[in-house]
Design a protein around this ligand. Structure first.
Ligand code: SF4
Length: 409
């Protein structure tokens, strides 16, 4: 098979870092084993069945309870890959961090920011994220088709690429872009599918002028952090040192602490003042400097979601809310790190923050708890979400510079 497909430009140069990886995917994760691969093990390599377990999915690669690594992970390398070849890797192990999508007869492949090397490439290697023609000799055994009934593959793909291209628009801040996509999602959802191909460009063009007045609440940044600790408490326990460092940076900058016994965030007397200082410093210097990086974050998320067709959430509006909340926590973490590191963010710091949050949020089995928190805080409403993502309605002077790895600080 040498099937044509589109891939994102940052995926083309991707190579797994293997033993040099700072947060290998074989640790702490139940890597799914698809039925076809399990059957292949039973037929051609029954000794490999010992490495298959049950857990987060029907079949997963067994993890060493001492190290939490896959039992076939040896010296930084995959033992199945080394001893049996790639044809013995299940889809999850073979393709990770790549994300394959099918829209009717159109296939595409992007990659997840939960991998540090992908984060590095997606945020720093190109001025903008775009799709390019490529070929592949393997696609996942089972690939969900996201093409909605009533659209052709070409129409759906065009809708998606129009959105990704719009997000590369340097005249809008990343915060405005997110607010626009939340608004466009609501507009699309109200219209019949058949109108989407003609309407998408119009909705995107009109969105900046149609946004509701942002409605902020003083508790928002604290509630974002609280949400993350709440999601962590509900998730499978495993060591997450990079994520904990990211969350601790937020807590330190805001002068708050988390009390797990009470599941509460405790504020100091000056916590609100600290947030105002963080916001002020960011809007003066950080926002224009790091807008290109956050814009590429938005574009990458859109490719991962095959926006507006896939992603977490049962409906398009739910998926848009989750996109907004993910953006808000990522931005908050960057702002807090910027504040505590003397108004400077190194490329490695950005990669650690973005990747550690993605690694956790990309693999939440179920968005129900996150959506419930969004209901309780009011973030499901466009005006509240607009304020949460930091779109104040005022324009921010955007930097034209393109930050590349190694010169970001
Ligand atoms: S997280 Fe990415 S770079 Fe690290 S081992 Fe996995 S695929 Fe390779």
């Amino acid at each position: 098979m040498n099937q044509p497909l589109d891939i994102t430009n940052f995926l083309a140069p991707f190579q797994c870092l293997a033993e040099r990886c700072e947060d290998t995917c074989c640790k702490g994760w139940g890597m799914q084993v698809d039925v076809a691969t399990r059957d292949k093990y039973a037929k051609d390599a029954p000794e490999l069945l010992e490495a298959v377990d049950t857990g987060e999915s029907e079949f997963i690669m067994r993890r060493d309870p001492q190290t939490d690594y896959c039992v076939r992970f040896e010296g930084g390398l995959c033992g199945v890959h080394r001893d049996y070849g790639t044809s013995f890797l299940g889809d999850a192990c073979h393709f990770y961090p790549r994300i394959s999508r099918q829209l009717g007869n159109h296939a595409s492949m992007t990659a997840s920011l939960s991998c540090p090397e992908v984060t590095r490439l997606a945020l720093f290697s190109e001025p903008t994220v775009s799709w390019q023609a490529s070929k592949t000799d393997r696609l996942p055994y089972s690939l969900k088709d996201y093409l909605p009934e009533g659209l052709s593959s070409e129409q759906a793909w065009k809708i998606h690429t129009t959105c990704v291209d719009f997000a590369g628009n340097a005249e809008l801040s990343p915060e405005q872009l997110i607010a626009c996509f939340v608004s466009v999602a609501a507009s699309l959802e109200r219209q019949p599918l058949a109108s989407w191909p003609d309407a998408i460009a119009f909705y995107l063009r009109m969105a900046p002028g149609r946004l509701p007045t942002p409605e902020s609440q003083a508790a928002d940044p604290f509630n974002l952090l609280h949400m993350m600790y709440g999601l962590l408490g509900a998730a499978k326990p495993t060591a997450r040192p990079r994520l904990m460092e990211t969350l601790q940076t937020i807590a330190d900058a805001l002068h708050v602490s988390y009390q797990p016994e009470a599941a509460a965030i405790v504020l100091e007397d000056d916590s609100t003042t600290r947030w105002m200082m963080i916001e002020q410093l960011w809007s003066m210097n950080g926002a224009p400097t790091y807008a290109p990086i956050l814009r590429r974050w938005v574009q990458t998320q859109l490719t991962m979601m095959l926006f507006p067709f896939a992603g977490f959430g049962a409906s398009l509006s739910q998926r848009a809310v989750l996109l907004g909340v993910r953006f808000a926590i990522t931005r908050l973490a960057l702002m807090c790190a910027y504040f505590t590191h003397d108004a400077s963010l190194s490329a490695e710091m950005i990669v650690r923050i973005v990747q550690s949050l993605s690694r956790f949020l990309d693999h939440l089995a179920d968005p129900t708890l996150c959506l419930r928190i969004c209901e309780e805080t009011g973030w499901v409403r466009e005006s509240r979400l607009r304020a949460l993502v930091g779109d104040t309605g005022q324009s921010i002077p955007l930097s034209a510079s393109f930050l590349t790895l190694g010169v970001a600080n």
